[in-house]
Design a protein around this ligand. Structure first.
Ligand SMILES: NC(=O)C1=CN([C@@H]2O[C@H](COP(=O)(O)OP(=O)(O)OC[C@H]3O[C@@H](n4cnc5c(N)ncnc54)[C@H](O)[C@@H]3O)[C@@H](O)[C@H]2O)C=CC1
Ligand SMILES: O=C([O-])CC(=O)C(=O)O
Length: 345
């Protein structure tokens, strides 16, 4: 079993010996997630340069953020005059929240038609201009958009699976919040690994691997079912409450900042930084699930060093995992097929 530090939540270790040259690019920076995420990254002392790109509004967001008195230089680029390339040039970490959010009644897969091509085109630009960057994909449906980026990078001949991540941190954040709320524990001490993918039944919280969660799993019944459902459908809860105005933005920005911070900390020399993230994975590849989220340990270059297995599961969690795999395999295949049929121009 892995240590409780696996999700790295609430454990910001800002070192005074921070590497002084980490350039982070945010694509989709003027959106509901992009703006607060960029604000949180501007506050991170491990970031020294922050470039913001969006099809609209990023120069304004950058001007605003540049008045915050933290070290990171912030520059916003519009699509004109090769703005995307300029935003990507020299980027070591690229975070992509560009894309349409859900409205009530939609599934994440309903976003595929719009977001697949947005992510494909941004990935093609990244493959050309910043092929060695670490890339975190927030845009939904994550289960498919991450394989899309992989296929685009393969076509460009620059794919390194160790550098590509799907951001599933919000599922870990939600699990920590919901479980600690029930157990009366401190959220920062309540780390729940969440494995699988990022939509409905593909989200598999492993509650039994925490002391508080184990009690709930062993008690079973409606209490367990309600907690698992809330974690798996936390996104729907926000979509419904926002009533047509989008999906989770602030909690996602927080989660995206935590995800990015994990990469920055690994780059800054912190050892054994481990977090659940959706990566190309051998764990269930024999079932067609070539991408899977499990606890991943980062190396000193902020890339995947070790993909850890899911660990011991309670029988109810084994069932959740069984239900996850076929859906995930379909979502991955859809992403691969999309790039085959619609290669980047
Ligand atoms: N991974 C996760 O856990 C989560 C993922 N999401 C997803 O994140 C995405 C963004 O959500 P929001 O920020 O709420 O949406 P939003 O609509 O507020 O912002 C999206 C931004 O992307 C920009 N954009 C669109 N096409 C672009 C392109 N080709 N290049 C650059 N920028 C482009 C838009 O101009 C807009 O500013 C959605 O797909 C949503 O489903 C949302 C919450 C959690
Ligand atoms: O639910 C959505 O569409 C946005 C999302 O991925 C989440 O909040 O987990």
């Amino acid at each position: 079993m892995l240590s409780a530090a696996r999700m790295s939540l609430g454990r910001r270790a800002f070192s005074s010996s921070a590497r002084s040259n980490v350039h982070v690019a945010v694509l989709g920076a003027a959106g509901g997630i992009g703006q607060p995420l960029s604000l949180l990254l501007k506050q991170n002392p491990l970031v020294t340069k922050l470039t913001l790109f969006d099809i609209r509004g990023s120069p304004g967001v950058a001007a605003d953020l540049s008045h915050v008195n933290s070290p990171a230089e912030v520059i916003g680029y519009a699509p004109e005059q090769d703005g995307l390339k300029k935003a990507l040039k020299g980027a070591e970490v690229i975070i992509i929240p560009a894309g349409m959010p859900r409205k009530p009644g939609m599934t994440r897969d309903d976003l595929f038609n719009t977001n697949a091509s947005i992510v494909r085109d941004l990935a093609a630009a990244a493959a050309e201009t910043a092929p060695n960057a670490r890339i975190g994909i927030i845009a939904n449906p994550v289960n498919s958009t991450v394989p899309i980026v992989a296929e685009v990078f393969k076509k460009a001949g620059v794919y390194d699976p160790k550098r590509l991540f799907g951001v599933t941190t919000l599922d870990v954040v939600r699990s920590s919040t919901f479980l600690s709320g029930l157990a009366g524990t401190a959220p920062k001490d309540t780390d729940v690994p969440v494995v699988g993918g990022h939509s409905g039944a593909t989200i598999v919280p492993i509650l039994s691997q925490t002391a508080e969660g184990k009690k709930i799993v062993e008690a079973g019944g409606e209490g367990l079912a309600a907690l698992v459902k809330r974690i798996q459908f936390g996104g729907d809860e926000v979509v419904k409450a926002k009533d047509g105005a989008g999906s989770a933005t602030l909690s996602m920005a927080y989660a995206g900042a935590e995800f990015t911070d994990a990469i920055l900390r690994a780059l800054n020399g912190e050892k054994d930084v481990t977090l659940c993230t959706y990566v190309e994975s051998p764990l269930y590849a024999d079932k067609g699930v070539t991408f899977f989220s499990s606890p991943v340990t980062l190396g000193s270059d902020g890339t995947v060093a070790k993909i850890n297995p899911v660990g011991a599961l309670h029988p109810t969690e084994e069932k959740l995992l069984e239900a996850c795999l076929p859906d995930l395999a379909k979502n991955i295949a859809a992403g691969v097929k999309f790039v085959e049929a619609n290669p980047p121009q």
